[in-house]
Design a protein around this ligand. Structure first.
Ligand code: ZN
Length: 301
């Protein structure tokens, strides 16, 4: 690696930092060598965090010329990598100010903060550090290469990419919602209730299902033949099950795929396709057909 800390000076945003790093490191491999990158950028050491109740930390000097990243012991590799990315974000984003004595301490919740209220500076720093971590571990140009190779979205593909990029399934689902060329949303379900929702707000229609409420009746989630760890097939649902469909608007297509996970969790993928004005009758290939074709191709190898 050749990127230097001083190459990144005067860049304040996660997006700006990541695109500069990628410019200097065009041959970045996947999974991104995050520890190597941190050490290259004047992090002296990545050590165990001994403070209870926190997931990660950063010790640095006031002019941010060097730092030590701390990570909670015995967390799995994807979580460790995300924490390192997050702390490296605090280190690199110029206006991030530590709490006290040159130290950042970040809780599990900080590492999940994706939005901040106006004026909440602390939360804003966490949001930016998380954005940096996601972008550096799953660089959008790299993701797009994989989407190009396999354009049809599916939970199987999310899992495969999570493995490839060495990130959690949830982090990859979030990145797919943001960067996949198709219009997708992912919903984390816990004990039958809607939890975190990831969607690209510019592209995906407003989701009416609200957090902490049960998954809407009619969802594939209620199918009886689902098995933990095995994604269902992709199937079309009535769009108004999940999204706001304005009256008089041409019907769009909404497909769903569900994967039950351990400990009462489940992941739901929603795939929204606008009605195509020019499409000839009968030529219309549904999401499900395309997914089937993809699966068959897969099996044939
Ligand atoms: Zn933090």
């Amino acid at each position: 690696m050749t990127v230097m800390l001083m190459d990144l000076a005067d860049t304040g945003s996660p997006e700006g930092l990541v695109s500069l790093i990628l410019k200097h490191e065009p041959e970045f491999r996947v999974p991104v060598p995050i520890e190597e990158l941190a050490l290259q950028l004047e992090i002296e050491q990545i050590a165990d965090l001994e403070t209870d109740g926190f997931e990660g930390g950063l010790i640095t000097d006031s002019n941010r010329s060097r730092g030590i990243i701390l990570v909670k012991r015995s967390v799995n590799q994807p979580r460790r990598r995300f924490t390192i990315g997050h702390e490296l974000g605090h280190f690199l984003i110029a206006n991030h100010v530590p709490d006290k004595d040159g130290r950042f301490l970040c809780s599990r919740q900080d590492l999940q903060t994706l939005s901040a209220k106006e004026g909440d500076r602390r939360a804003k720093m966490e949001v930016e550090a998380n954005r940096f971590s996601s972008l550096i571990l799953m660089p959008p140009p790299k993701l797009r290469e994989y989407f190009k190779r396999q354009p049809s979205p599916s939970i199987e593909h999310v899992f495969e990419l999570a493995e490839r990029f060495q990130v959690s399934k949830e982090a990859m689902a979030r990145a797919c919602a943001d960067h996949h060329p198709e219009s997708l949303a992912f919903i984390i379900v816990k004990d039958g209730k809607v939890g975190r929702i990831y969607q690209n707000r510019k592209r995906f229609p407003f989701i009416i299902a609200s957090r902490t409420k049960p998954v809407p009746q009619g969802s594939l989630f209620y199918r009886r033949d689902l098995r933990v760890g095995t994604p269902s097939e992709i199937d079309q649902r009535l769009p108004d099950l999940w999204i706001d469909v304005p009256r008089g608007q041409r019907a769009s297509t909404l497909s769903e795929q569900v994967c039950l996970q351990k400990n009462g969790y489940a992941l739901i993928m929603l795939w929204h396709e606008e009605a195509d004005e020019d499409q000839e009758e009968g030529e219309d290939m549904t999401a499900r057909d395309r997914w089937r074709a993809q699966q068959e191709k897969y099996q044939r190898g």
